[in-house]
Design a binder for this molecule. Structure first.
Ligand SMILES: [Zn+2]
Ligand SMILES: [Zn+2]
Length: 281
């Protein structure tokens, strides 16, 4: 089987543009490959900027989620990634996908600000302690219509509060609730606008996450409608695959790049030592 993506760098955009893949999971959380395996695969796939971003989740009751890294493994994780700091193709960047949990942002900031992270992806997976990205937990809830509307609004409020916390650099999979088919019937444009305004103010980027193509929603996160708003607000974007398998480091890129071009995006960003770097898309 070919290890290369269906489409090469030359046809993803133009040959001079970077391939960035910053949202990837290793054995430290719920990915299936070691960090070394991911780096080697990124080299084969001609990724220029590779970020590793395993799950890190601090909750009030110190609940452990099987998909998250053990807190005691954080330093080993960092050392293992830093061992690739002189790697050229790809350059390797140290990140985390950290959950936004209201009330825990101070503790999280204390931990991450004392470490040499290049970037922090902030994700909301938990709405009222329900993991909406987990099929079993999600299906067990059986939302009524009212609960669904409230849950989606709460989700967007959490995204806004996450941006206001100023702890994170990138918003992960911004309309994740659609993963298993949750869609609002009510107008939630106010909640979305408030979240996007907070993201803009916090100098964050929003990821365009291609893993949605392979989930129940069958489209990238965020939807085309939200992408249009992001373009209007001029919020920076980064394309990510959210891989849990090294072979998926650029999965869906061949679909998302033409969409982004069609919507008028011409720049993408990544982060070095928590500072945004802008490059052509
Ligand atoms: Zn996630
Ligand atoms: Zn992820």
């Amino acid at each position: 089987m070919s290890l290369r993506p269906k489409i090469y760098k030359e046809s993803l955009s133009s040959s001079k543009n970077m391939i960035i893949s910053f949202h990837n999971h290793s054995l430290y959380s719920d990915g299936k490959n070691s960090i070394e395996e991911i780096v080697l695969m990124a080299e084969k796939l001609k990724v220029d900027a590779l970020g590793i971003s395993d799950h890190f989740c601090l909750t009030k009751k110190d609940k452990f989620y099987r998909w998250a890294m053990l807190r005691k493994h954080l330093d080993a994780y960092i050392q293992e990634i830093l061992a690739f700091k002189d790697h050229i193709n790809p350059k390797v960047y140290l990140g985390l996908e950290a959950d936004y949990v209201e009330g825990m942002e101070g503790d999280l900031a204390k931990i991450v600000n004392s470490k040499p992270f290049d970037f922090l992806i902030g994700s909301v997976h938990l709405v009222d302690d329900v993991d909406i990205a987990d099929k079993v937990e999600f299906n067990a809830i059986k939302y009524t219509n009212d609960q669904k509307e409230i849950g989606i609004k709460k989700y967007w409020d959490s995204v806004r509060k996450m941006a206001e916390s100023k702890v994170f650099n990138i918003v992960g999979h911004i309309d994740l609730y659609k993963k298993f088919g949750l869609y609002p019937d009510e107008d939630i444009s106010k909640e979305i606008d408030l979240a996007l305004q907070a993201i803009l103010k916090a100098n964050m980027a929003i990821e365009v996450n291609t893993s949605g193509y392979f989930a129940g929603c069958k489209e990238q996160y965020p939807s085309e409608a939200i992408l249009k708003k992001i373009k209007e607000y001029n919020i920076p974007i980064i394309v990510n695959a959210d891989s849990h398998d090294a072979e998926h480091l650029c999965r869906g890129y061949e679909t998302v790049y033409p969409l982004l071009k069609k919507l008028g995006f011409s720049k993408q960003v990544y982060f070095i030592k928590r500072k945004m770097v802008v490059t052509d898309l």
